[in-house]
Write a protein that binds this ligand. Structure first.
Ligand SMILES: *[C@@H]1O[C@H](CO)[C@@H](O)[C@H](O)[C@H]1NC(C)=O
Ligand SMILES: *[C@@H]1O[C@H](CO)[C@@H](O)[C@H](O)[C@H]1NC(C)=O
Ligand SMILES: *[C@@H]1O[C@H](CO)[C@@H](O)[C@H](O)[C@H]1NC(C)=O
Ligand SMILES: *[C@@H]1O[C@H](CO)[C@@H](O)[C@H](O)[C@H]1NC(C)=O
Ligand SMILES: *[C@@H]1O[C@H](CO)[C@@H](O)[C@H](O)[C@H]1NC(C)=O
Ligand SMILES: *[C@@H]1O[C@H](CO)[C@@H](O)[C@H](O)[C@H]1NC(C)=O
Ligand SMILES: *[C@@H]1O[C@H](CO)[C@@H](O)[C@H](O)[C@H]1NC(C)=O
Ligand SMILES: *[C@@H]1O[C@H](CO)[C@@H](O)[C@H](O)[C@H]1NC(C)=O
Ligand SMILES: *[C@@H]1O[C@H](CO)[C@@H](O)[C@H](O)[C@H]1NC(C)=O
Length: 304
């Protein structure tokens, strides 16, 4: 029994290897782009009239599997699944060379499948002469991340501060890394929220809570492994400069004081002028109303 199972296992392994030996490619396409699924029949002597080429979804459980059919050199749409209607094209000028690569237009997440190209020769009897498998993977670049942190110089060291890093419109789910630029160590986020949108793309929001230090330099990375993309944003808390910033502040203060002084001086002058005017009027009147002399105010005016 042992030898039997061993032999059986070897045999199944052998079959498996034969199956996987079938050329299988992975195509990575961006959402909304046209993807090319490659299938090249190496046969030399053939007539398109005696060939049938089927592009299909490589999944026995799939109810409708025909993506594209070429029968006797002509596209045959009678069995094509509705999902692929008007979205497939063969490269017409290359068919004669045995290049049956398929152009799948405007790809979306629902096209993320394993496809199979089967080339059949229909002479006296029909036989499979070539097969190819293509896995279609979709991807979309994440937007430039937006990193926000505490307002500069407003926090005191030791206080807990929150950073947040967000990015949108990517696919598939990203990895988020926070790096302390001072020692290039990784920092662990406290929250990671990934949201799936109706258009099939993701948004990511990561939050980092750390104890504030005087000179924080933090970088947040959004990694799209499938596209080998890693985009980042920096937060730099500049050291308080003893230069321009504080000086300009002092200048502002100085000019502020200057304006205040000028205001006070003009008010004093105004009051003095008013007093002189009032006194003049008073004297003018008192010279007519003789009975009203002896008033103290008049004495004050006399002094002015
Ligand atoms: C995809 O192919 C169609 C038809 O050939 C073309 O009109 C369209 O511009 C292509 N789209 C992209 C993103 O290349
Ligand atoms: C498509 O193929 C079916 C059978 O597979 C056939 O009856 C039909 O005539 C073909 N149509 C075209 C346009 O070749
Ligand atoms: C395919 O295109 C034809 C003509 O351009 C149109 O009548 C038909 O509705 C389209 N089919 C689908 C499923 O979009
Ligand atoms: C591409 O497909 C999406 C749905 O997946 C659709 O909303 C959009 O209108 C299509 N674009 C073109 C140019 O056909
Ligand atoms: C970043 O690294 C420096 C040097 O090791 C350390 O002093 C500082 O606390 C770190 N910052 C954060 C936010 O962990
Ligand atoms: C992130 O998700 C958690 C639950 O998973 C939720 O409690 C939190 O409010 C979300 N944060 C943001 C900023 O949306
Ligand atoms: C992206 O950056 C992070 C942090 O520096 C690093 O760990 C990761 O390996 C990078 N990924 C790629 C694809 O470069
Ligand atoms: C962030 O700063 C580091 C050095 O501190 C630099 O290498 C990196 O290019 C910067 N990244 C961005 C997006 O500006
Ligand atoms: C700041 O002050 C230090 C000494 O306290 C001095 O060496 C440096 O040049 C100053 N920087 C500026 C921009 O004035």
């Amino acid at each position: 029994l042992f030898f039997f199972s061993c032999g059986f296992l070897l045999l199944s392994l052998h079959i498996l290897r034969a199956v996987t030996a079938l050329e299988e490619k992975i195509v990575i396409s961006k959402l909304g782009d046209n993807a090319t699924l490659s299938c090249i029949y190496p046969g030399k002597e053939f007539s398109l009239n005696n060939l049938r080429v089927y592009w299909q979804i490589d999944d026995v459980q799939e109810q409708c599997s025909v993506v594209h059919a070429l029968i006797s050199g002509q596209d045959n749409e009678s069995e094509q699944c509705i999902h692929f209607k008007n979205r497939t094209q063969l490269l017409w000028d290359r068919l004669g060379d045995g290049d049956f690569s398929l152009l799948l237009l405007n790809v979306s997440q629902s096209d993320e499948r394993k496809y199979k190209c089967v080339v059949l020769q229909t002479n006296e009897y029909t036989k499979v002469v070539h097969q190819a498998q293509v896995v279609l993977s979709l991807a979309a670049s994440y937007s430039q991340p937006i990193l926000s942190g505490p307002v500069r110089n407003s926090n005191s060291a030791g206080e807990e501060v929150t950073f947040s890093c967000s990015s949108d419109n990517g696919y598939p789910e990203p990895n988020v890394y926070w790096i302390n630029r001072t020692d290039n160590r990784r920092l662990l986020p406290s929250e990671l929220n990934i949201t799936l949108h109706v258009d099939g793309t993701y948004s990511v929001l990561s939050t980092l809570k750390v104890k504030a230090t005087s000179d924080m330099q933090i970088e947040c990375f959004i990694e799209n492994k499938r596209l080998q993309e890693n985009i980042s944003a920096n937060y730099t808390q500049e050291k308080q400069k003893n230069g321009s910033n504080t000086e300009s502040h002092k200048d502002l203060e100085k000019s502020g004081r200057g304006a205040q002084a000028a205001g006070i001086i003009s008010i004093v002058i105004l009051i003095a002028l008013l007093a002189v005017l009032i006194c003049w009027l008073w004297k003018h009147r008192s010279s007519k109303l003789v009975s009203y002399t002896g008033n103290e105010d008049l004495h004050l005016c006399d002094q002015i």
